[in-house]
Design a protein around this ligand. Structure first.
Ligand code: SF4
Length: 165
């Protein structure tokens, strides 16, 4: 099996914007910190300060293990990009299974909406992730980023000035 060298954040962005995958993957800093990113970090810190146990594995992925359970938790500030968030959690489950031989369950936490969504790794999701990982590697190997395509997320994207000014 091919070594997994990408992180969950790139998986999340892959399902939002391929151009952003390239920009982040090439370490290109946005003009300034985006308010939405700052808000997301703030919610994460408040909600999880006492409950989380954060692990960085192989310098590749950073996950929150819920205490006493084989569950990987991921916090989001809203369910607006739910499919991306589910694929991000599924990627962590995939990583733990393939690289560490540890099967786990996933939980997507959206404290502001009081929602907890279970995420499991099915064979269909595994196949989809393998296709996505391959495509992300293809995107990252491109000399230039994919062209900007206007989508609703652009309004809150940290790269919006770079793409649309
Ligand atoms: S501003 Fe829009 S096109 Fe540009 S990286 Fe962000 S989401 Fe993608």
């Amino acid at each position: 099996m091919q070594e997994i060298t990408i992180g969950g954040t790139l998986i999340w962005y892959y399902y939002i914007c391929k151009r952003e995958v390239w920009l982040i993957g090439h370490g290109i800093e946005p003009e300034q910190e985006n308010d939405y990113i700052a808000l997301g970090r703030h919610i994460h810190e408040i909600f999880y300060r006492r409950r989380k146990r954060e692990l960085t594995i192989d310098n590749t992925i950073k996950i929150d293990i819920l205490p006493g359970r084989k569950v990987i938790g991921e916090i989001k500030k809203s369910s607006r990009y739910l499919e991306s968030a589910k694929m991000q959690v599924a990627f962590y489950l995939y990583y733990m299974k393939k690289e560490k031989g540890v099967p786990m369950e996933g939980l997507l936490l959206i404290p502001e909406e009081r929602r907890r969504i279970k995420v499991s790794l099915t064979s269909e999701i595994e196949e989809e992730l393998e296709r996505a990982i391959e495509d992300i590697q293809r995107i990252l190997s491109m000399e230039r980023p994919p062209s900007a395509v206007k989508i609703p997320y652009c309004k809150r994207c940290a790269y919006r000035i770079m793409c649309w000014a």
